[in-house]
Design a protein around this ligand. Structure first.
Ligand code: SF4
Ligand code: SF4
Length: 203
């Protein structure tokens, strides 16, 4: 039975449960949403709330209401920065951050690209880890900028040069390229295996 009657606030509208079941079964940590009591603490704690089209609390409501397109094409699921404020404050111990990343991963796997820039950055970050076994910040940044095309990439580099110089000055970034870690081939095999299991890959 896919239809249930929603709360009075929804005007008693019938909710389609098919999408909620899809999330519970196919999205990493998706089943944890069942514990959400809609208190809104996660939304109030989220530093990105102002930038999100829907708060984490609202995303969970939309899932229960069967709003598949709205959720999977939402910018909010791509904006989460893993600050963990929501997860540590949730009174029902819902791993909100894990669900948000799980939804982003699931949406990208289905071909949705709610935020092209975030998807591009995630891909370059993943490529860097795969190639080196660690992050070379300047390499990720350059590849991300140039992923916008040569002209736009050079423009973005110039716009962000002060941040790069600041990172160099404060020793947050090295001038010379990073070298791959020892046993990089073994590390890549682990990543390949994780990806094949559907737990890894770019998000
Ligand atoms: S803090 Fe937890 S229980 Fe409250 S709305 Fe967010 S996920 Fe739901
Ligand atoms: S982990 Fe993500 S969703 Fe949670 S408060 Fe931080 S940015 Fe918001």
């Amino acid at each position: 039975m896919d239809q249930v009657v929603g709360p009075k606030s929804s005007g008693g509208k019938a909710y389609n449960q098919a999408f909620a079941r899809e999330v519970y079964q196919k999205v990493d940590s998706g089943e944890e949403i069942k514990m959400c009591m809609q208190c809104g603490v996660c939304a109030a704690s989220c530093p990105l709330r102002e930038k999100m089209d829907f708060s984490p609390r609202k995303i969970f409501t939309l899932i229960r209401a069967g709003q598949r397109e709205k959720v999977l094409s939402s910018e909010a699921i791509m904006l989460c920065t893993s600050c963990y404020s929501c997860k540590v404050r949730c009174p029902r111990k819902v791993p909100v951050v894990d669900v948000m990343h799980g939804l982003a991963h699931y949406a990208l796997g289905l071909g949705y690209k709610p935020r092209v820039e975030t998807a591009l950055f995630g891909q370059k970050f993943w490529d860097n880890i795969y190639r080196l076994g660690r992050i070379d910040e300047k390499d990720v940044a350059q590849r991300y900028f140039l992923g916008h095309g040569l002209g736009q990439g050079l423009k973005l580099m110039m716009e962000n040069k002060n941040m790069g110089l600041g990172m160099l000055l404060h020793k947050r970034m090295k001038v010379l390229p990073e070298r791959p870690i020892k046993n990089i081939k073994t590390f890549r095999k682990m990543l390949d295996k994780a990806k094949a299991m559907g737990k890894g890959g770019a998000v």
